[in-house]
Design a protein around this ligand. Structure first.
Ligand code: IPM
Ligand code: MG
Length: 358
């Protein structure tokens, strides 16, 4: 029996309730595939601030480093919105990404066949489907560059944030994207703003240089404004997208909503080793927290990515994805993806349906 230790960081808002369902589904998977998962909980985000005054307690980071994988819910909420930037729940999330050196964030946006009607795009635009993997740089760029407040020569208040990338930082995340493109449709779009930003010109040079090692991959470069437009104009043209931390944040939300609901989208954050952090792309949704309304599928699909990328259990991961598809095909939907004629279920029931299906 293979044994894996999994750090579970439920966080705030709907984080705990969706994560609970993912854990239950993992338990069902463990039984079927003779794997033992040992779950250990840790604090992150607003709940950690309340309990110990820090969004990312040292113990949490230690727990994660000693684990095979990390399953995270979501962080943040109105209660902590007035705290200074470096003390907010979100600082915990940035801290754990950097602390575990997870520089590549994989955000697959995929339209499930049974949810075709849920996309806000006209049917003729999504006719060819959507299956895009956004690879977002996660531990650099403007999120981590020098920032601060200053005053202008006239004495007016001003502020700045710095976008900075080194060649190795660009190449290591681009390598992840090239490798993923290799086992997909062999097309990679590198998104930047090289017509304006010097950091983007360096980004483009580094990606181009690396592409010499991947002659079988068709590489294109695209400006971010054009990429945002192309995603809604003809989403099927994309296979893998690689981009900076901030552009990836924005484009992955855009790609996700094209699939119907951000409540469906998982993510994996990876570094050089096997340790990865798995979390839904959605946030903590405080408005519906604790009401059994949240869609647990993004968390469940994140757990499936964990099986594949950190634990080497690809077959079990496929099984989980199939279970999600089967339950959707049976017509069960949480509120965010419900359409007339489908059966509305809550968070708990959706989780149970998937676990039973396994
Ligand atoms: C995300 C979120 C985070 C980010 C926030 C909560 C800090 O939007 O994971 O996409 O910007 O990275
Ligand atoms: Mg985001």
């Amino acid at each position: 029996m293979k044994k894996f230790s999994i750090a579970v960081l439920p966080g705030d808002g709907i984080g705990p309730e969706v994560t609970k369902q993912a854990v239950n589904v993992l338990k069902a998977v463990g039984k079927k595939y003779s794997a033992e998962f040992v779950f250990k909980e840790g604090l992150i985000g607003g709940c950690a601030i309340d309990a110990c005054g820090k969004a990312l307690p040292e113990e949490t980071l230690k727990l994660c480093r000693e684990s095979d994988a990390v399953l995270l819910g979501a962080v943040g909420g109105p209660k902590w919105d007035d705290l200074p930037g470096d003390q907010r729940p979100e600082a915990g999330l940035l801290g754990i990404r950097a602390g575990l050196k997870l520089y590549a964030n994989l955000r697959p946006a995929l339209i499930f066949p049974s949810l075709k009607g849920a996309s806000p795009l006209r049917p003729d635009l999504v006719k060819d489907g959507l299956d895009v993997m956004v690879v977002r740089e996660l531990t650099g760029g403007i999120y981590f560059g020098r920032r601060g407040r200053t005053t202008t020569a006239e004495g007016e208040a001003a502020a700045f944030d710095t976008e900075i990338y080194s060649v190795p930082e660009v190449k290591r995340v681009a390598r992840v994207a090239f490798e993923i493109a290799k086992v997909r449709r062999k097309r990679l779009a590198s998104v930047d703003k090289a017509n304006v930003l010097e950091s983007s010109r360096l980004w483009r040079e580094a990606v181009t240089e690396l592409s010499l090692e991947y002659p079988e991959i068709e590489l294109t470069h695209m400006y971010v404004d054009n990429a945002a437009m192309q995603l809604v104009r003809n989403p099927a043209q994309f296979d893998v997208i690689v981009t900076t931390n901030m552009f990836g944040d924005i484009l992955s939300d855009e790609a996700s909503v094209i699939t119907g609901s951000i409540g469906m989208l998982p993510s994996a954050s990876l570094g050089d080793g096997k340790l990865g952090l798995y979390e839904p792309v959605h946030g903590s949704a405080p408005d519906i927290a604790g009401q059994d309304k949240a869609n647990p599928l993004a968390s469940i699909l994140s757990a499936a990515m964990m099986l594949k990328y950190s634990l080497g259990l690809s077959e079990a991961a496929d099984d989980m994805e199939k279970a999600v598809n089967r339950v959707l095909e049976s017509g069960c939907r949480t509120a965010d993806i419900a359409t007339p004629g489908t059966r509305l279920v809550g968070t708990e029931e959706m989780g149970k349906l998937i676990a039973d299906c396994i």
